[in-house]
Design a protein around this ligand. Structure first.
Ligand SMILES: [Fe+2]
Length: 233
């Protein structure tokens, strides 16, 4: 597809451990365009233990405004979002709803890299009372879980699940995410690209694997849902 969506990337310059400067952002945008990406959701890291929402949003605005002309030149629509690191109490945190993807009312949440408890899921449940939730790169959390029922329990909830393209590129790591896509339990794809080398844009390769292993219809569903979420942005 000529105009697919990268739902998760660190392409804004100088705001997190992603793009270091506008030159790198320009090159990342060009690579994205060559891979057929028409929209990127820019999701810099937000960590509540080291930053305030207002300060983060100011820095994101500056980085976004620096990126806009570069994105325009590359022919890419860019939508500001955040990858919000989960923390206990997140559902009640003042102003947390300002960290949604554009005005979609959906927040991309990075769950903790440890075994999850029922309390963590309760917290997600409470967030869902106020906004929509997209779980970032679910595949990265399986290895930490001691309760094998905890991810299935999360998947019972009305959350969107985003998968990173990278896991699809290796036979050893693609099994679970492909199954999730086939079962309709994974919904969106992102590159989570941070730079040009160690964590590059690789959405097109991931999409090719989905098309080959799950069929074109699954890819169409991913694209259609992405468009629906971003409608009006
Ligand atoms: Fe990320």
């Amino acid at each position: 597809m000529a105009n697919c969506i990268d739902f998760h990337c660190h392409i804004l310059p100088g705001i997190d451990d992603g793009s270091k400067n506008p030159d790198m952002t320009r090159e990342m945008l060009n690579v994205s365009r060559r891979q057929g990406i028409g929209t990127v959701v820019a999701t810099p890291h937000f960590y509540a233990d080291s930053m305030r929402i207002s300060g983060f949003l100011e820095r994101r605005k500056a980085a976004y405004e620096a990126t806009l002309p570069l994105a325009e030149a590359a022919g890419i629509r860019i939508i500001p979002g955040a990858e919000v690191a989960f923390f206990p109490g997140i559902s009640r945190a003042e102003g947390i709803d300002r960290l949604t993807i554009g005005d979609t009312g959906m927040m991309l949440i990075e769950m903790p890299f440890r075994a999850w408890s029922g309390r963590d899921l309760d917290e997600v449940e409470r967030i869902l009372q106020d906004m929509e939730v997209c779980i970032a790169h679910l595949e990265r959390f399986y290895q930490f879980q001691t309760d094998k029922g905890i991810i299935p329990a999360l998947l019972e909830m009305p959350v969107c699940v985003q998968i990173n393209a990278e896991c699809l590129l290796d036979r050893r790591t693609r099994k679970i995410p492909l199954k999730l896509f086939k079962n309709g339990q994974a919904h969106l794809l992102g590159s989570d690209c941070h730079n040009l080398e160690s964590r590059p844009q690789n959405l097109a390769e991931g999409r090719a694997v989905i098309a080959a292993k799950c069929g074109a219809a699954v890819l169409e569903e991913i694209d259609a849902l992405g468009e629906e979420i971003l409608e009006g942005e």
